[in-house]
Design a protein around this ligand. Sequence first.
Ligand SMILES: Cc1nn(C)cc1-c1nc2c(-c3cnn(Cc4ccccc4)c3)c(Cl)cnc2[nH]1
Length: 285
Amino acid sequence: KNTPNKGGKLSINDFEIGRPLGKGKFGSVYLARTKTGHFHCAIKVLFKSQLISGGVEHQLEREIEIQSHLQHPNIIRLYNYFWDAKKIYLILEYAPGGEMYKQLTTQKRFTEAMAGKYMYEIADALSYCHRKNVIHRDIKPENLLIGAQGELKIGDFGWSVHAPSNKRQTMCGTMDYLPPEMVNGNSHSDAVDLWAIGVLCYEFLVGKPPFEHENQADTYSAIKAGRFTYPDFVKKGARDLIGKLLVVDPRRRCSLQEVKDHYWVTSMLDSCRRAAEKQKAERAA
Ligand SMILES: Cc1nn(C)cc1-c1nc2c(-c3cnn(Cc4ccccc4)c3)c(Cl)cnc2[nH]1
């Protein structure tokens, strides 16, 4: 019934639920809007029973704790959460552009301008996280979304649910993004995110990750050796940046600030901004 909620306690009755956006092991994500004000959001519904049988309730607490305190234009906001007898509801920022992974699959690979802009945005988001002592540890296209202005949004802090579409076969537990120190079982630092954005940049430009091999053993050995090759169409500037991130020794990887200041990233960012200006001028004309 549509009685406004009493006493201000937020509940699912304050929202109108729309189509499913993502489905997964522990629950689903729905498009939703508030009954008052029609504010659009994404509601992630998780089943307590499955969280407990999955032994992941503490991970959820940590993810909520982390994501509710992060406020950055390239990170999906966690506005609020509440629960009822059987479920936990996370009220998340809605990203109208959908999943980065789907964009990449459809386009096969991104232009240098798009890849460079995305690299700036994710480096900015991660340096914000690292300043708050948060390591993402799970950067990959499946965990990225696209905002209303086509900007990259880190969509999930370790709680990825699978969208209805069938994702990459190796999706659950793809190890393409694992850095050598994690493959070797060594302790890891925020440098794991540096390695992951090196893999991401390569995949944005090439359409597949650099260490992908038929069998796991070859992927592991390629990662541990930092062994990969570029197709001819990958240009010098991009190779320079990727080469500074895909460094086996985590201490020798370039910093997020160096990614943001990298000559290839800044020149791609400028060309994106010029293209956007031109588009805006044409629309206004
Ligand atoms: C799907 C989809 N298509 N379109 C047009 C918009 C969306 C959309 N989905 C979301 C979603 C959404 C849905 N599922 N998931 C799980 C997930 C997490 C990270 C990457 C991918 C999937 C998140 C969110 Cl939280 C927030 N905003 C979203 N927007």
